[in-house]
Design a protein around this ligand. Sequence first.
Ligand code: SF4
Ligand code: FE
Length: 483
Amino acid sequence: MALMTGEQYIESIRKMKMQVYMFGKKVEHPVDDPILRPSLNSVRMTYDLAQMPEYQDLMTAKSPYTGGIVNRFTHLHQSTEDLIKKVKMQRLLGQKTAACFQRCVGMDAFNSVFSTTYEVDKKYGTHYHENFKKFLVECQEKDLTVDGAMTDPKGDRSLSPSQQEDPDLYLRVVERRPDGIVVRGAKAHQTGMLNSHEVIVMPTIAMRPEDKDYAVSFAVPLDSPGLFMIIGRQSCDTRKCEGSEMDVGNSEFGGVEALTIFDDVFVPNERIFLNGETEFAGMMVERFAGYHRQSYGGCKVGVGDVLIGAAALAAEYNGAAKASHIKDKLIEMTHLNETLFSCGIACSAEGSKTEAGNYIIDLLLANVCKQNVTRFPYEIVRLGEDIAGGLMVTAPSEADLRDEKLGPYVDKYLKGVGVVSTENRLRILRLIENLSLGTAAVGYRTESMHGAGSPQAQRIMIARQSNLAHKKELAKAIAHIKD
Ligand code: SF4
Ligand code: FE
């Protein structure tokens, strides 16, 4: 089975015995939980679209490892064209879900772990690359969703992993056995975790020799003994339990985050991709972060497309669409959104081949891409709220609109232009609310800031890649300065 249908994917997750906790209780059926289900639907879209002939060029690729057609989310980029298609696929999914569809993290982990393990093996004669290739082929053949877990809790940021008062604040190896290792720690902010079959764990920072036990990478199934998730709260999350599809704004899709605990989880030898080679931790982090910073030039742009469309509709429903300042604000939103896309495409087009053979983005441009993502969606949201008007946060509920006594008043006084129903006007405002303040704001706003690394992480990479010495030489040449 090279490609699963969306339904097969849902059933495959249902069969897994994952340990998921929310509001202090174990969730017995995460797949059917009203708060969790929309995030599963978002991942499902990565399967559904791959089945549709019109999207197959973007959604699928030929794998040199299986020889067959695989979902692009399990593919290793074979060219800059593949890198560009990846970004376009992510924009498409952002447009279809208006949420985080989660599966990119695994794709970005595949591509960074593949090239890094090749270079580790070359230096140390280890077998991580072979381990990884076997794992990859399994994921491609079974069309698995794989999460990539990087962010450790990190405790006191001024201390290295091994200097922390509590040694578990970075995930580490606590026991080495002949058949594998036992790991302990946690990974924070994991969006796709509970909708994934497997997780690839990676270190979160560059490490020194004393951090040996922390320089570890591996893959395990999400229902491994000792692994459990505590779901994070989102603004307006319990609206999903109230029975009003309209008040949620985007009732079908979403994303939820989990603090994922590895409470002495066993990893067999064949699933280990790094184990103590500290100098390669930084390489793995840099590459994964680079790929994921490229990703944001696709997914956030797709969600931005939905928000711009919603703002334009809100203006139309208000009778304000022809006002010149509204037109100008929509132009500005579009300009900002397309600038992000340009960055995603540019870092892909300027990509290059790694020693292992897959393609990697231009790291400077990928970091510039994500740095812009930490800013522009905020301005896009600001303009969206400006156009929407205050009603997006003061409107009565759907229950009021449907109420026998109150409904006629809500309908009468909240109507905009004559041809548009009050209900439709409220629906579009709820969508803007969802994207800017509600559950999707986690994925569109705050994740734009902190996902794939906070702004300062990109500035460090930009500084490292900027080649200032070369620029100084250029200036000297023009100014006829001879030292
Ligand atoms: Fe994919 Fe974007 Fe979600 Fe990252 S934030 S997993 S790139 S949709
Ligand atoms: Fe993300």
